[in-house]
Structures are given as C-alpha cells and as structure tokens.
Design a protein around this ligand. Structure first.
Ligand code: SF4
Ligand code: SF4
Length: 165
C-alpha cells in the first residue's frame, strides 16, 4: 500500500509546544466574551425554551403531517411511494381497503420513526397525492421512551400546517 507521509507542522520549540497558539486562540474567545458581557442587550440569542424562535418559515422541514381532502377524508392512498423513497426506511405503512368510494386503499397504520428520520424530505417529494408534508414548523420533540418518537397516523393527521406571521 502506498503511504503518504504528512510532515509535522512546526520546527521551533514554540511551535512544538502549541501553548502560544492555544493562548492566542483563548485571547480572541475571551475578548468576545468580555465584549458581550458588557452589552448583554445586544446579544443575538434566544432564551429557549421560554422564548420560541419566531423566524421559522413555511419552507422549514419540520415534523411531518398527513393532509386531508376538502371533504375531510385522508388524502393518503397507501401507495407506499414515500416508504420506498425513504433512505432511512423509517416509514411503516399497512394498507386497508377503502370504503368511501374515493379510492381503492388507505393506510390502516402509518408510522414514522422520528429517531431514524433524517428529515431529508424525500417522502414529501415522492408522494403523488400531496398527502404528506413537512410544513408544521415543529422542530422540537421530546420523549422519555422510544415509543414517544413514533409518529402514528392519528398524530400525523392531527398535526397542522404552520401559519406564518
Ligand atoms: S424525511 Fe426523509 S428520512 Fe424522514 S421519513 Fe421522509 S424520506 Fe424518510
Ligand atoms: S403519503 Fe403519499 S406516497 Fe405515502 S403512501 Fe400515502 S399517498 Fe403514497
């Protein structure tokens, strides 16, 4: 195997010690710290979680939702396109026969595992029915056990579109 040798940086004792470089970096950090400490009103921070960010746009890829038709029925026709496109394989769908005459199938079970999801948006792109969207603006989700991070069909249908403004 061809091994490429990278020469070590620094010939002098000062360079080999690294300490001067560390102190010069710390000097910059400390000067910013003191400047900010003297003028806390102008700090560009959000006191999260007491204060929620206000600049989340509709284009932000938040937690998913399943959409409804105008008559209130579920748009999803359980075609599995989203699950097939999902690179994380975190969408689980079980189809059932539809009896409202609108289409052939609908999901009996539709789950997304948020712990595996990479929020790539491929599921939204793949859906031919505009049945799944990531426009809720929900960026924060907490839980104490793994099941808390499974978005079920009911939760997905209950999630709402983010209203801007
Ligand atoms: S956002 Fe990406 S990873 Fe998450 S469910 Fe959709 S396709 Fe899968
Ligand atoms: S959300 Fe869209 S792509 Fe996924 S199963 Fe339903 S209709 Fe098909």
């Amino acid at each position: 195997m061809k091994i490429k040798k990278i020469p070590r940086y620094g010939d002098t004792l000062k360079e080999k010690l690294y300490l001067p470089a560390i102190f010069s970096g710390m000097k910059v950090t400390l000067s910013h710290f003191i400047t900010n400490l003297k003028d806390t009103d102008n700090l560009r921070v959000v006191w999260y979680p007491e204060e929620k960010p206000k600049d989340i746009t509709k284009r932000y890829r938040g937690v998913h939702r399943l959409t409804h038709r105008y008559d209130g029925s579920i748009r999803c026709v359980a075609c599995f396109m989203c699950a097939t496109a999902c690179p994380a394989e975190c969408i689980f769908i079980e189809a059932k026969e539809r009896d409202d005459g609108i289409d052939e199938k609908e999901p009996k079970r539709f789950e997304i595992d948020l712990l595996e999801c990479v929020f790539c948006g491929e599921c939204v792109e793949a859906c031919p029915c505009d049945a799944i969207r990531m426009d809720t603006g929900i960026f924060s989700f907490i839980g104490k056990k793994r099941e808390d991070f499974i978005l079920t069909k009911d939760k997905l249908l209950a999630n709402k579109e983010l209203k801007e403004g």
